[in-house]
Design a protein around this ligand. Structure first.
Ligand code: AMP
Ligand code: MG
Length: 399
């Protein structure tokens, strides 16, 4: 059986970033930059005031207190209509261009203002309250690198540079297929012997959270032709994720259906719990995953294998969830020889983080995922004693 690390390495070796497309900056939030952005602008474009006050020559205030003649006025959006001479001040507002000849701004709260002159009580330094041209960005600065996820700050910077549209990686399209005769889909009351289809919806949500676009190709009954037909519907996707039907029972047809559809299967069975029978392959340029059917197994294997692959396709560099070292607040047992990914709730405990099992760890107990802040990673045949440290993969931000 493969280790999680070996399986991950095999998957990521085949997950190359998708091509680029140009999108309007207004809808670029969360997308991943596919170009280096080099500035063709200076920000700010000219020297300007950072305060409401008076533009002066610092040298004129050296002998303060002094009185200066107010000879003009300039607001943001206007240009100074004259230069500043010796012994003069120009009324100025935040963001307005500095008049020629001025080299400092005295904030208005630091002057006594008369009709046509101001009294400056203390000397001001050269450059005081002046924002130099290009202080933020110079022409030719490389401000963002490819692979950068676009958050609010990046969007703001690109807007300042007038950089729209922007080149970003295509979002991976993920076809989601559920299999099983027993499944009643959302909107249909399960009949006798039926259970609700859960995985299509949890996996689609996970795909969205990972920055991909899910496409639901429905539920296939446990018949080879039916599964193959759904796989054909999935061919427009970059990634195909199916769940269930990957064990060793005679109704476990997904692997055969994948092979008959032309997929090359690279791995099956990973030494982990939940989720041993995870299948990974390629179908042309597409990545295909056959996840186990139990709802928790499907979600956990998606977290471990599909999510990093989707992030790699999306062009991201940070593929994996962050981890923390937590202290077990109760014993955390992992019986059996496979590595455990155990659902835990986390709580802050001074400088430390405490971890406690969510309760029963059965792979069909979906409420354990609802409660889980993270997955505690425990070697096989091990009990993490109360008070000992355990590594936890975070599923959500720590409160
Ligand atoms: P299988 O791998 O097909 O034997 O499925 C394992 C378990 O997961 C069975 O109890 C299935 O009923 C259940 N299961 C499979 N697919 C789904 C699904 N889409 N939603 C909820 N449960 C499922
Ligand atoms: Mg089944």
């Amino acid at each position: 059986m493969l280790t999680v690390e070996d399986a991950t390495a095999q998957i990521l070796a085949r997950a190359r970033p998708l091509g680029a497309e140009s999108v309007d900056l207004r809808v670029a939030l969360g997308r991943v930059l596919a170009e280096a952005v080099v500035s063709r602008r200076e920000i700010p474009p000219w020297e300007n005031s950072s305060m409401d006050g008076y533009a002066v020559r610092a040298a004129d205030t050296a002998a303060a207190p002094v009185t200066l003649a107010v000879v003009g006025r300039v607001a943001a959006g206007a240009l100074p209509d004259r230069a500043l001479g010796a012994g003069e001040a120009i009324r100025i507002f935040t963001g307005a261009p500095m008049p020629a000849g001025a080299d400092a701004v005295v904030p208005q709260e630091d002057v006594e203002a008369g009709e046509r002159e101001i009294r400056v009580a203390r000397p001001v330094e050269r450059g005081a309250h002046v924002r130099p041209r290009g202080e933020d960005v110079r022409v030719g600065d490389r401000v963002l690198d490819p692979g950068r996820p676009l958050g609010a700050a990046e969007i703001g910077l690109l807007a300042a540079l007038g950089h729209s549209p922007v080149r970003v990686h295509r979002r991976p399209r993920v076809a989601i297929l559920s299999t099983g005769n027993e499944l009643a889909d959302l909107g249909v009351e399960p009949g006798p012997g039926q259970i609700p289809n859960t995985n299509t919806y949890s996996l689609a949500a996970q795909a969205l959270e990972a920055g991909a676009d899910p496409v639901n190709v429905g539920v296939a009954p446990d018949r080879l032709e039916a599964i193959e037909e759904r796989l054909r519907w999935a061919l427009s996707a970059d990634v195909i994720v199916s769940s269930a039907g990957v064990s060793v029972g005679e109704l476990d047809l997904v692997r055969t259906a994948l092979e008959r559809s032309g997929a090359e299967l690279h791995l099956w069975k990973v030494a982990m719990r939940p989720g041993k029978p995870v299948t990974f392959g390629t179908l042309g340029h597409r990545l295909v995953f056959g996840l186990p059917g139990n709802p928790v197994s499907a979600m956990v294997t998606f977290e471990l294998f599909v999510r990093p692959a989707l992030r790699a396709l999306a062009g991201l560099e940070r593929l994996h969830r962050p981890r923390v070292r937590a202290r077990a607040l109760d014993p955390i047992p992992n019986p059996g020889h496979r590595r455990g990914y155990l659902r835990v709730t986390l709580s802050r405990d001074g400088d430390e983080v405490g971890a406690r099992l969510t309760g029963e760890q059965g792979s069909s107990i979906l409420r354990s995922m609802v409660l889980a802040d993270g997955l505690a990673i425990v070697p096989g045949d091990t009990v993490v004693a109360k008070g000992d440290h355990v590594e936890v993969m975070l599923l959500r931000e720590l409160a």
